[in-house]
Design a protein around this ligand. Structure first.
Ligand SMILES: Nc1ncnc2c1ncn2[C@@H]1O[C@H](COP(=O)(O)OP(=O)(O)OP(=O)(O)O)[C@@H](O)[C@H]1O
Ligand SMILES: [Mg+2]
Length: 347
């Protein structure tokens, strides 16, 4: 297993990404000009309310955006390093948006160099094959090993993911396992080819709090050991605080704030981020204390508001400004980026 990497080279560079769904009712601009980077070994948190484009961002990187959706603009540069831990690593850069979504090149990356885990493993595991067969299939697809070796790797990975009696689990069907065991098995499958990026899309949402905590610890331990980067998608800011180093906050297909975990929690700039933070329970807060909800509803995706798209719900709304001008991303210091007209005016 690869040792943890200390370097922080670029792994993924997303630039002005736009992914739209073309429906009879109209066009849904699910991702509408998104920029962010993921560095090697880093955990980037992606947060925002339901429908803001978190999953479609992950799907765009993997090139699995379902029809009638497609990437219409922008680039996703994937920096591929070869040579393992050698000092003279060669690097190639490919734009994932330029690849044929059905072609060999993205297939060799998907599941091997970039892996995905998501909320309900029942839908990623087939019910008619054993856990072992499915993990082995993934290994055999991407690695030059015999079936016997693939089986060993699979058992090893399952054990590594905290499944006792891995030799037994490997012969089980997904529905024979508990939710927590299935999620551990899915992580084992995702990590069996040692990806450089793991996209985790709400992987613990369906689990109880105790199992969730165990899975988060497992992912952090495996990351420390294997050195992969994680793009952690969730609507739960508490989970982000535990997992991520940097966070992007999304609203209606746009990134509204991008900052280190400390800045997001201790010095949030965007009114939307502030509202999200007010809507999570604080440690020590009485369970009877009322949590604030963000006022209003997420607008209909066919009728995105003009100007700043958050202006219809924003407590700092400036009429004649926010409904007219489109905010640009500005650096408010130390790489803390925010897209809000409160910071984008004057000087
Ligand atoms: N297959 C699809 N067909 C049509 N529209 C879609 C499809 N998938 C996503 N969308 C639309 O794209 C937008 C972004 O959806 P996405 O699934 O990325 O949201 P999300 O942030 O992951 O939300 P959640 O927290 O509920 O998972 C939404 O407006 C959604 O309705
Ligand atoms: Mg989602």
């Amino acid at each position: 297993m690869a040792t943890a990497q200390k370097e922080r080279d670029l792994l993924i560079e997303v630039r002005d990404l736009k992914t739209y769904f073309f429906l009879d009712e109209g066009t849904v601009r699910a991702i509408d000009g998104v920029d962010f980077d993921i560095k090697r070994g880093q955990t980037l948190g992606v947060v925002g309310e339901s429908g803001c484009g978190k999953s479609v961002t992950g799907q765009s990187i993997l090139r699995i955006v379902p029809s009638p959706g497609r990437i219409v603009e922008g680039s996703i540069l994937f920096h591929r390093y070869s040579g393992g831990n050698g000092s003279s690593e060669a690097k190639t850069v490919i734009d994932l948006t330029k690849l044929d979504a059905m072609g060999d090149e993205i297939r060799s990356i998907r599941g091997a160099e970039i892996a995905l885990i998501f909320q309900e493993p029942m839908t990623s595991f087939s019910p008619v094959h054993t856990i072992g067969n499915q993990i082995m299939e993934a290994i055999l697809l991407h690695q030059e090993v015999t079936e016997e070796e693939a089986r060993e790797i699979a058992v090893d990975m399952l054990r590594h993911c905290g499944l006792p009696r891995a030799e037994d689990v490997i012969n089980r069907y997904p529905w024979e396992l508990s939710g927590g065991m299935r999620q551990r098995s899915m992580i084992a499958m995702a990590l069996s080819c040692q990806p450089s990026l793991l996209i985790a899309d709400e992987p613990t949402t369906a689990l109880d709090v105790t199992t969730e905590a165990q899975i988060l610890t497992l992912m952090r331990d495996l990351q420390a050991e294997m050195g992969m980067a994680i793009m952690y998608i969730t609507h739960n800011l508490g989970v982000i605080a535990e997992m991520a180093e940097e966070v992007i906050v999304m609203y209606l297909g746009k990134v509204v704030e991008r900052a280190s975990i400390d800045d997001v929690f201790h010095d949030p700039k965007h009114p939307y981020t502030r509202a999200l933070l007010r809507s999570i329970p604080k440690i020590g807060q009485k369970s009877t204390a009322k949590l604030e909800t963000i006022k209003g509803m997420v607008p209909d995706p066919y009728n995105i508001p003009s100007g700043c798209t958050f202006h219809t719900r924003c407590p700092s709304y400036m009429p004649g400004v926010c409904n007219v001008q489109e905010p640009k991303m500005v650096d408010v210091g130390n790489g803390h980026l925010v897209s809000c007209l409160l910071y984008d005016q004057g000087e």
